[in-house]
Design a binder for this molecule. Structure first.
Ligand code: URA
Length: 262
């Protein structure tokens, strides 16, 4: 290769490398030598002798959304404080598209707690979980075993929440990252309500609580989470689409009723 073509090839290679770095998110090139910013962040936490001689500015560590959620959740000493902590949490982008933070419904003294997925359009507008068509079916299912979210009697009452307090756009499934950042709030929610028995409604609740999906296999099989018995069931929205699955849900409801000794 002659010098001219060699120079052109070097220039093309340098340009390609630069474009590649821009694609990776590099926005400035100001030093001759590379800077190990992990080492700088470490030094910022534990300044070494001679740290004053460093010329580059340490990079602040970005807050980890899950750690932030854990800290906020653990600091909440009551359901009201937890509701405020969830509403004040800024790391989940779903919050920006939501009209309301949907925290709970029902009786916090209930022996039974239900964990659903996320608010839909009606829930987002009302600020309460399970108020749309699926919620109306849920109320009828619970009524069939003598349970109601409006009952003042803890024996006959239910307390309802969702994994996600904000409606995902177009009712899409919440992402794994979105679920991960809300899990500490859910764990604290369960701890504060301290129910005897928990129902997990659908795949998202099973993924968040049991780390497993496949509701058609999981449903009806008692498991344990948060130190309590949990019963996965098919989501009422699924039952609206697949009415033939109602027969199995009826069996699960009877099993639930027996577990509650009703
Ligand atoms: N589906 C859910 O899982 N939760 C709601 O609140 C509404 C629909």
């Amino acid at each position: 290769m002659d010098g001219l073509h060699g120079d052109a090839a070097d220039w093309d290679l340098a340009l390609a490398l630069l474009e590649w770095q821009v694609d990776l998110g590099v926005t400035e090139a100001i030093l001759d030598a590379p800077v190990d910013r992990y080492a700088l962040a470490e030094a910022a936490v534990r300044p070494a002798v001679g740290a004053a001689e460093q010329t580059a500015v340490p990079v602040a560590r970005a807050a980890d959304p899950v750690d932030e959620a854990r800290r906020a959740a653990e600091a909440a000493g009551s359901l009201e404080a937890l509701r405020e902590a969830v509403a004040a949490y800024e790391h989940c982008d779903l919050k920006r598209g939501a009209r309301n933070t949907v925290f709970c419904d029902g009786n916090p003294l209930a022996r039974l707690m239900l964990i659903g997925e996320a608010p839909g359009r009606e829930e987002d507008a009302a600020g309460r979980p399970f108020v749309g068509r699926a919620g109306q079916l849920l109320d009828r299912m619970l009524a069939a075993i003598g349970i109601s979210r409006t009952s003042p009697d803890p024996e006959a009452a239910i307390y309802i929440t969702n994994v996600m307090p904000w409606r995902p756009p177009q009712n899409r499934d919440p992402s794994a990252a979105e679920v991960a950042m809300m899990k500490p709030f859910l764990a604290r929610h369960v701890e504060l309500v301290a129910p005897e028995v928990i129902v997990l409604m659908g795949n998202t609740a099973c993924a968040a609580v049991l780390g497993r999906t496949g509701i058609t296999r999981l449903r009806g099989r008692w498991a344990e989470a948060y130190g309590r018995p949990v019963l996965p069931m098919c989501h009422p929205a699924y039952l609206l689409r697949q009415p033939e699955a109602k027969r199995e849900s009826w069996a699960d409801l009877l099993d639930l009723k027996a577990r509650l000794g009703r």
